[in-house]
Design a protein around this ligand. Structure first.
Ligand code: F6P
Length: 329
């Protein structure tokens, strides 16, 4: 649906897991809108704020100095109630009452599912911006937050490597990514991990043990094994326990990096991506585009219908698994 209609006031919200760079995207949305003489209303705590009328007017100074801050000044939440059509109708009514006539949603595929329904059921103009550390959104080479998250994970693994070497330990390091292995694979390659377990590749514990024994024969006394949280054996804790029963002589430790991957100052790449996509999202709305996510592929701006952005997924490059394995020999 791309019917052009006059937009005087845009709402902006962040939804789902926070990601570094969301603030840079908010800043870009606010300033691009103001440049085009359109007012902006910030909606707090994602879709929950739409239901509770948690609205705040935003001016250019509202977003001063936030480009370098992690998290989201608008706060975020997951809002399962939004799956209910009657609840979405309340959100629509609240937006009408507040004079909001278009919306920018910054979030992941769950957030775009809600956005898709607002467009389809109520003909309301919505454009999405991919913000999640997982990098699993179809229609963009990178999601906002991914670059910062992998840099955080790599610097944590570099530190663990020191202790692994000093004490002859094998570390099983669990990284986030839900059911996608982008964070794990990139972290593994960049930290020179000895092995990587991904949701996209079958985990074979016996094979992993024989890799570890092969390493030992080559006089490697320590190692790093990156485990994606969505890996089929149940995560780092479970995998480490299974390996320990087969290789009881090994000194094994488990570290779960957890939410530190979601925090911290956004990287330069994330700030730039967020700024460009925020700018493009507002311009898309002003040109009458709706029901799409704005992404970037091979340096080009790409619009992907929400329907596709929330049903398809980015795929890891399986060749990279081979690269990671060969380079850790
Ligand atoms: O989608 C981002 C993400 O951090 C995933 O990597 C992870 O599986 C999930 O969110 C964790 O969610 P929560 O913070 O609600 O536990």
């Amino acid at each position: 649906m791309n019917a052009k209609r006059k937009i005087n006031r845009i709402g902006v919200l962040t939804s789902g897991g926070d990601a570094p760079g969301m603030n840079a995207a908010i800043r870009a949305v606010v300033r691009t809108a103001i440049y085009n003489e359109v007012e902006v209303v910030g909606i707090l705590r994602g879709y929950s704020g739409l239901l509770n009328k948690q609205f705040m007017g935003m001016q250019s100074h509202s977003v001063s100095k936030i480009i370098s801050q992690g998290g989201t000044i608008l706060k975020s939440s997951r809002c399962p109630e939004f799956k209910n059509k009657n609840v979405r109708a309340i959100a629509m009514e609240n937006m009408r009452e507040a004079g909001i006539d278009a919306l920018v949603v910054i979030g992941g595929d769950g957030s775009f599912r809600g956005a898709n329904l607002l467009c389809k059921e109520f003909g309301f103009p919505v454009v999405g911006i991919p913000g999640t550390i997982d990098n699993d959104i179809y229609g963009t080479d990178f999601t906002i937050g991914f670059d910062t998250a992998i840099n955080t994970a790599v610097s944590a693994v570099d530190k663990l490597r020191d202790t692994a070497d000093s004490h002859n330990i094998i570390f099983f390091v669990e990284v986030m990514g839900r059911d996608a292995g982008f964070i794990a694979l990139n972290t593994a390659i960049a930290s020179g991990a000895e092995a990587t377990l991904l949701p996209e590749v079958h985990t074979d514990i016996d094979k992993l043990c024989s890799f570890m024994e092969r390493d030992r024969r080559k006089n490697k006394t320590s190692g790093i094994i990156i485990v994606a949280e969505g890996e089929e054996e149940g995560g780092a804790m479970e995998v480490a326990a299974k390996v320990k029963t087969k290789l009881p002589g090994y000194e094994i430790r488990v570290t779960t990096l957890g939410h530190i991957q979601r925090g911290g100052a956004p990287s330069c790449n994330d700030r730039v991506l967020a700024s460009l996509l925020g700018y493009e999202a507002v311009n898309a709305l002003l040109k009458g585009r709706t029901n799409v996510m704005v992404g970037q592929m091979q340096n080009q701006v790409v619009y992907t219908p929400f329907e596709e952005a929330c049903t398809r997924h980015n795929e890891i490059n399986k060749t990279w698994c081979e690269v990671s394995r060969i380079l850790s020999l």
